[in-house]
Design a protein. Structure first.
Length: 349
């Protein structure tokens, strides 16, 4: 993968052994580390904090305005520095869109080797800045540290109406489950590093990771949705479990309906899997069941996604209008399952 403007390609991937959201601390470990830290006695203006958590923190300024805040960063997913910056920024702003907000500005977080060529550093910064601008905001500053392993991301501030937030909770039995991007970025990234994935497969994954969730989120808000999250490091099953648990319901996915990136199923069949997937399996183990689904598709359901799509629970009466709006805007989407009574997440054939 090379930069279009002719800047040199550097071996960013050689400086790390795990990149993107697959490098996240496991959800199981994170839950234990946060136990007892969050206080339920926050100010009433703090609509969303650690208890219960969501995709971004939300602080109500007045009856019509809430401020949203989030932060995300990770090691490289590609060698191309411009694309690395762009993907990192797209992933970071996604949390604002997943809450139904609009992006105001971002602050960069960079930990970079001192021997990294200046044009490489500039390309990372430029890729992020242009992506934040595409998201509707501006990259307004940041902070840097020296580190042998490169890491880059953005802390993002956004705005939303406090009564029109998209939340992880809110799904109801009978709702339809919709996913707006294909699965498999973790497998394709890992497979390409090992030589198992083709350049064409990686190009498709990069295009997906660079695609913002802005348009999809705007339509979800416009059609009065309430239950949404973005699918990133905890994989489809991990993030679905968060939504199902928050709402006290069960999510039932049909494996045959899961949208997959080119080559992802092939790689899963070869036994390719990221370290982050093992954390995801442990996190969901007690609350996940599968029926008649092959190992490769189960692997994809747990695959850590970098800059993945939005998972939304859609009331049946709104399904036709929302799907038509998605099609009109050219947004790729798939009807992947249904919300049911019960608890946990189920994947069936």
């Amino acid at each position: 993968m090379t930069i279009n403007d002719g800047e040199s390609r550097l071996g960013l991937l050689e400086r790390t052994d795990c990149g993107g959201c697959a490098a996240k601390l496991g959800a199981d470990v994170l839950a234990e580390a946060l136990a007892g830290i969050a206080s339920p006695d926050g100010p009433p203006e703090l609509l969303v904090g650690l208890t219960p958590g969501d995709d971004a923190a939300v602080y109500r300024v007045d009856n019509d305005l809430a401020v949203l805040g989030t932060v995300d960063f990770f090691p490289p997913v590609v060698d191309d520095p411009y694309l690395y910056g762009a993907i990192a920024a797209a992933n970071a702003v996604s949390d604002i869109f997943a809450m139904g907000g609009r992006v105001a500005f971002g602050m960069a977080i960079a930990a970079l080797p001192e021997d990294l060529p200046l044009d490489t550093t500039r390309a990372i910064f430029r890729g992020a800045a242009e992506t934040v601008r595409e998201a509707g905001g501006v990259l307004a500053g940041g902070h840097t540290l020296r580190d042998d392993e490169p890491k880059y991301g953005v802390a993002v501030v956004g705005f939303a109406h406090p009564d029109r937030l998209l939340r992880k909770g809110g799904a109801r039995p009978g709702d339809e489950l919709v996913l707006t991007k294909r699965l498999g970025t973790g497998l394709v990234i890992s497979g390409h590093r090992s030589g198992a994935a083709t350049d064409e497969w990686l190009s498709a994954a990069v295009a997906s990771m660079r695609t913002l969730n802005r348009a999809a989120a705007e339509l979800l808000v416009a059609h009065d949705m309430r239950a949404t999250t973005d699918v990133t490091g905890f994989g489809l099953i991990g993030h679905a479990l968060e939504m199902a648990s928050a709402a006290g319901v069960s999510f039932h996915f049909r494996a045959s309906r899961l949208p997959l990136l080119p080559g992802a199923l092939d790689l899963a069949g070869m036994g390719v899997e990221t370290g982050g997937a093992a954390h995801n399996r442990r996190f969901a183990a007690r609350h996940f069941t599968t029926d008649g689904v092959g190992d490769a598709l189960v692997t994809l359901a747990f695959d850590p996604q970098t800059s993945g799509g939005l998972l939304a629970a859609v009331p049946p009466r709104r399904m036709d209008a929302l799907s038509a709006a998605f099609d009109e805007r050219g947004i790729e989407w798939a009807h992947v399952g249904k919300v049911e009574d019960g608890a946990g997440v189920r994947l069936s054939a």
